[in-house]
Design a protein around this ligand. Structure first.
Ligand SMILES: [Zn+2]
Length: 236
């Protein structure tokens, strides 16, 4: 046995794209053999209404993020400090990055939204919670995303680290809002099945100008929806 080889993956149609990830190398095989893969189509009528409130507490403050390009259509923003976290069922998960996919990865009743943002949190055992936010186009700029596309463009064109200020507390859902929760996987290789997904129903609104600024960076960066294989989606 040699050292496991990790292959370069992309969103292209050249044999390295999302439908071929499971065949690229042994480390990515779960992309085709896994039974709890993400994203999924969330059928609202099939979601099971939870009897409790979502057992989450948020510990978020204003942060500065480093904006980096990690690959073809893969842009991440990393907090400069490891201070923000949430707890889920009493376990601490630190905020590790913010990134986006275009169009949305998850579907709602069979439809994509124009964009989906992911706020990724990890615990010490390798468990992951991703809070997902759909975005749709409306009249006004979303000030939460102000400057982000420009900083990622800088990272792309000049290989520099961009810088972006963002307070994740602005994304804490109102207690009356619906959040869909299910067990799934990372949506990029290796698509490990270690993720609790929390998908907010209500989309964020962004302007057409903001959407356009993200097109060149992110368009086509979504993995297709995966089979549910009997998994339950809970509605909180
Ligand atoms: Zn993602």
């Amino acid at each position: 046995m040699g050292i496991q080889q990790i292959k370069q993956w992309t969103y292209k149609l050249d044999g390295t794209g999302s439908t071929d990830w499971g065949d690229l190398c042994e480390a990515f095989a779960i992309a085709k053999t896994g039974l709890a893969q993400s994203p999924i189509n969330i059928e609202r009528a099939d979601a099971l209404t939870a009897v409790s409130v979502l057992p989450v507490t948020y510990h978020y403050t204003n942060l500065t993020f480093d904006c980096e390009m990690k690959g073809d259509r893969v842009f991440h923003a990393y907090p400069q400090e490891n201070t923000n976290y949430l707890t889920y069922r009493g376990v601490k998960y630190h905020l590790t990055n913010w990134h986006m996919h275009m169009p949305s990865e998850h579907q709602m009743d069979g439809f994509h939204y124009p964009l989906e943002g992911h706020l990724v949190h990890t615990n010490e055992q390798g468990g992951v919670i991703v809070r997902a936010f759909f975005m749709k186009i409306g009249e006004r700029d979303n000030r939460l995303l102000a400057g982000l596309a420009e900083q990622w463009q800088l990272a792309q064109s000049e290989g520099k680290k961009g810088s972006w200020q963002f307070n994740p507390a602005t994304l804490i859902a109102d207690s009356r809002e619906t959040i869909y929760v299910y067990d799934g996987s990372l949506t990029t290789p290796p698509t490990l099945e270690c993720v609790t997904w929390m998908v907010r129903k209500r989309p964020m609104i962004i302007s057409h100008e903001q959407y356009t600024a993200f097109v060149n960076l992110l368009n086509g960066s979504n993995r297709p929806v995966q089979p549910l294989n009997g998994r339950i989606v809970s509605k909180y």
